[in-house]
Design a protein around this ligand. Structure first.
Ligand SMILES: Nc1ncnc2c1ncn2[C@@H]1O[C@H](COP(=O)(O)OP(=O)(O)OP(=O)(O)O)[C@@H](O)[C@H]1O
Length: 370
């Protein structure tokens, strides 16, 4: 992919950083397990990796958020680079791209896929992962890799280095970059589901972890102002969200069935994976490879319920608590009955706006390096 420099220059050019794109390529030989094509291209449909793909160096594009985890992401990344080069540089072109601001990771990812990158690896927290996942789509469709089914699809990789890094918890991954590099070296791919959210404007927005509505989404919105306090940001965000909070009646339609009114909803969480809010196991039965979401609805919760039941939310044992319901769904539509348009929704911890929204699953939408 000789034009990888080019796409970075395009991506950075858009934000006036073309003078010094943060891209490098390594010229070292390939480690033995990366040259095993079955592990890199385990899927059928022409993705088996023929001789030409086996002999090619692979482009791994690392999308690094320099602001992630209060600047800790980029410090850890710089320390990791020599190891990454020695471990993967032999048979891979290691392309580094620092984001210049919110949403830049989306553009970088789209460009990398169009250039035929073997994998785009999010380096940062759930927000960076979220943007990279959104970069796999454009105009409501997956971004096309030029080699398409003939060679391979671009995989999603993750080096979790964020504040919460909640998506990684479902897989039992820690904020341990060396462990993440080993996963990339093994190159095992699994198909994971992605959620798609559409609103009145008709525009699609994608998520991979958890989308949530009302109190928790408002807490996430405020938590983003307190990231400098690390994981404490979620507690501070929740306290602020509680002030002036009211449970609301919501109109909900599940799996294109009948519309029903759910009274006094405190929070509604749609899990493709299990954790949010810095380690709360909110949707304990969610599995990103299942083809369904787990929807958990908390109704008529008072502030003291959170104090009494918080430990159960962290442990994922809250489903048996009074006024908590859970079910497996492939689509859900949620409307605000109050008509005020003030019910928050977020996805993967990123503020998205306000109800109404429709949320559907896209089964096996992305290949992920697991
Ligand atoms: N160069 C940048 N400057 C400022 N913000 C950025 C930049 N690049 C990305 N961002 C924004 O930073 C936000 C947070 O990033 P990220 O999720 O990686 O870290 P985090 O918030 O510390 O971790 P977590 O989401 O796991 O709690 C994202 O919403 C993203 O849009």
């Amino acid at each position: 992919m000789s034009s990888i420099y080019y796409y970075h220059q395009i991506a950075f050019g858009r934000v006036a950083m073309a003078a010094k794109p943060s891209v490098f390529r390594a010229d070292h030989p390939f480690p033995p397990d990366l040259s095993t094509d079955r592990s890199i291209y385990p899927r059928g449909g022409g993705g088996g990796g023929g001789p030409s793909s086996a002999s090619r160096r692979r482009d791994l594009v690392f999308v690094v958020n320099p602001r992630g985890a209060n600047g800790r992401t980029v410090k850890e990344w710089k320390k990791l680079l020599p190891y990454l080069r020695s471990r993967l540089g032999a048979h891979c072109n290691i392309c580094e791209s620092l984001t210049s601001g919110p949403s830049h990771a989306i553009d970088i990812t789209r460009e990398a896929i169009r250039e035929g990158a073997n994998a785009v690896v999010a380096v940062g927290g759930d927000g960076t992962l979220h943007e990279v996942v959104n970069g796999f789509f454009w105009d409501g469709k997956p971004v096309a890799n030029p080699e398409g089914e003939l060679m391979h699809s671009t995989a999603l990789g993750l080096i979790p280095l964020g504040t919460g890094s909640d998506f990684a918890r479902t897989f039992g991954w820690k904020n341990d970059p060396h462990e993440a590099v080993e996963r990339l070296a093994k190159g095992l791919r699994s198909r994971v589901d992605v959620g798609v959210i559409s609103g009145e404007s008709g525009e699609s927005h994608y998520f991979i972890n958890v989308a949530d509505i009302h109190l928790s989404a408002k807490a996430g919105y405020y938590a983003s102002n307190y990231k400098r306090f690390g994981n404490l940001c979620y507690v501070l965000g929740s306290l602020q969200a509680f002030m002036g909070h009211r449970n609301e009646d919501l109109r909900i339609r599940i799996n294109e069935g009948e519309w029903k009114v759910y009274s006094q909803v405190t929070a509604l969480c749609i899990g493709n994976a299990k954790y949010f809010g810095g380690g709360m196991m909110i949707t304990p039965n969610a599995d990103p490879c299942s083809g369904n979401f787990e929807v958990v609805i908390l109704q008529d919760f008072k502030w003291y319920d959170f104090i009494l039941k918080l430990h159960r939310l962290y442990m994922g044992t809250h489903l048996s608590v009074k006024n908590v319901s859970s079910r497996s769904v492939h689509s859900i539509e949620v409307e605000d009955l109050s008509g005020r348009g003030s019910i928050y929704i977020q996805s993967d911890g990123e503020h998205l706006g306000f109800l109404p929204r429709k949320i559907c699953i896209l089964p096996s939408a992305i290949e992920m390096i697991c």
